[in-house]
Design a protein around this ligand. Structure first.
Ligand code: GDP
Ligand code: IMO
Ligand code: MG
Length: 420
């Protein structure tokens, strides 16, 4: 049986913490899409750790971790991250498995990402510059190199061939930077990767399932960044939704049981693109300050705003969310009044649906005001002890979405989560 944890907004909902919390109940934790554009924060023995490439179950001895075929893998990031987790006594050579069909992010992909952003000028996506888009383009364009190719003695020749293609593109975009240092690092990391367990991911995970193992699929990014359903073209290049679990791991849809959707109690976005409830004022500043809203991967300040229930209901629909985990509720502790967006006014028309093109239409969020709870909830352990007004907020949202909010996270710590 497979359960899924994924983000329902524009990423950074707190998926890492939630996966780490639930991991002990599973035997396999598997990433199914995305790459080092992800930054998943966990606290291990009080120390903050940000994972980009390794699944967030890595700190639990009882689980094995799988990087699935739907992921794009940066060998350099993986090597650095492996060294970081080794400082905490974790040897990824023992508990990390990598699907051989996983596509590699090459140094030239990073260069192409940068060149493409530069070429876009004011219309740039605000990508993480990790080479995600170009790597997925080479996958769907049927050019890319995969982890399984590392075992081929002709790997370097294959790389050089592809590099020449990329160089022509880079030249056409007038990209001048020297990437030899990146390439040196890459080939060193390739050597490191040869020590790791490369498996046929689809047999690996299905064998485990047939033996009764519980698998937790860990999403990266969020539904509003999905390549099909997000705010295109300001999206990432993978399927971030629950459907991506099947193609990103090689499992059948009927194996999926729960889809746990993670949403902040408010909303953030990093990078460019539409964000109807964005607050470019003091309240937005307050949310950023109280929520420490700075990117875990790039350090950029996150744009902040009220919770957007129109987008959230859309995300619940396309994912088949069975339970919601609401994170960062504590960030709202001091607010007198809270707003929840329940409709959009698009070109003068009210709607509760996400429009095809969020970019070109003028979207005005229509809010319902709810009272704040004005109580510090960070030490609350049981739902019974939570402030009544917080429960009102949760109930209101849950009713609108038609999905139960089953957990409320009230701080970044491993133990700061309340079962509702
Ligand atoms: P992810 O990408 O979805 O894993 O989320 P990030 O790690 O990028 O961002 C979430 C941030 O919020 C991290 O700094 C977490 O430590 C922090 N966090 C997670 N849950 C909570 C919570 O309930 N309250 C507070 N205050 N911080 C939280
Ligand atoms: P986690 O897993 C927040 C955003 C980038 C940019 C857009 C495209 O930590 O939630 P990309 O590098 O993927 O081509 O950038 O997507 N983005 C994220 N925003 N959290 C993430 O991951 C993100 N991964 C990508 O900022 O706007
Ligand atoms: Mg993140």
């Amino acid at each position: 049986m497979v359960d899924v944890i994924l983000g329902l907004q524009w990423g950074d909902e707190g998926k890492g913490k939630i996966v780490d919390y639930f991991a002990p109940g599973y035997q396999v934790i598997a990433r199914f899409q995305g790459g080092p554009n992800a930054g998943h924060t966990l606290y291990v023995n009080g120390t903050k750790i940000v994972l980009h490439q390794i699944p967030s179950g890595v700190f639990h001895e009882s689980t094995v971790n799988l990087i699935g075929n739907g992921v794009v893998l940066d060998a350099v990031t993986l090597k650095k991250e492996s060294q970081k987790v080794a400082e905490h006594g974790i040897d990824v050579r023992k508990n990390l498995f990598i699907a051989e069909r996983t596509h590699l992010i090459l140094p030239t992909h990073r260069a192409l990402d940068k060149a493409s952003e530069l070429a876009k000028g004011n219309e740039k996506i605000g990508s993480t510059l990790k080479g995600i888009g170009p790597a997925y383009m080479d996958k769907t364009g049927r050019n890319g190199l995969r982890v399984g190719d590392l075992l081929d003695k002709n790997f370097t020749t294959q790389y050089i061939k592809l590099r020449m293609k990329h160089q022509r593109l880079l030249d056409s975009m007038n990209f001048q930077e020297d990437i030899t240092a990146w390439e040196e690092e890459f080939f060193e990391a390739v050597e490191f990767m040869r020590e790791l367990k490369v498996v046929n991911g689809e047999y690996f995970v299905n064998d485990k399932l047939s033996k009764g193992a519980k698998v937790l699929a860990e999403g990266a990014q969020g539904s509003m960044l999905d390549v099909d359903f997000g705010t295109f073209p300001f999206v990432t290049s993978s399927s971030t939704i629950s459907a991506g679990v099947c193609s990103g791991l090689g499992i059948a849809p009927q194996k999926i049981r729960d889809v746990l959707g993670v949403s902040k109690a408010y909303c953030t976005r990093v990078g460019s693109g539409p964000f109807p409830t964005e607050l470019e004022n003091e309240t937005g500043e307050e949310l950023r300050k109280l929520g420490s809203e700075f990117g875990a991967t790039t350090g950029r300040p996150r744009r902040c705003g009220w919770i957007d229930l129109v987008a959230l209901r859309f995300a619940c629909m396309i994912n088949g969310v069975t339970k919601i985990v609401m994170t960062k509720a504590d960030v709202l502790d001091s607010f007198e009044q809270l707003q929840v967006c329940e409709q959009y006014k698009v070109n003068g028309q009210l709607t509760a649906e996400v429009p095809y093109q969020m970019l070109k239409s003028k979207i005005e969020p229509i809010y319902t005001a709810l009272p704040g709870w004005k109580t510090d909830i960070t030490a609350v352990k049981s739902y019974a002890d939570a402030p009544a007004k917080m429960k009102e907020y949760i109930d209101h949202i849950s009713k609108y979405l038609g999905v139960e909010i089953s957990y409320v996270s009230n701080g970044p710590g491993r133990d700061q989560i309340i079962s509702a």
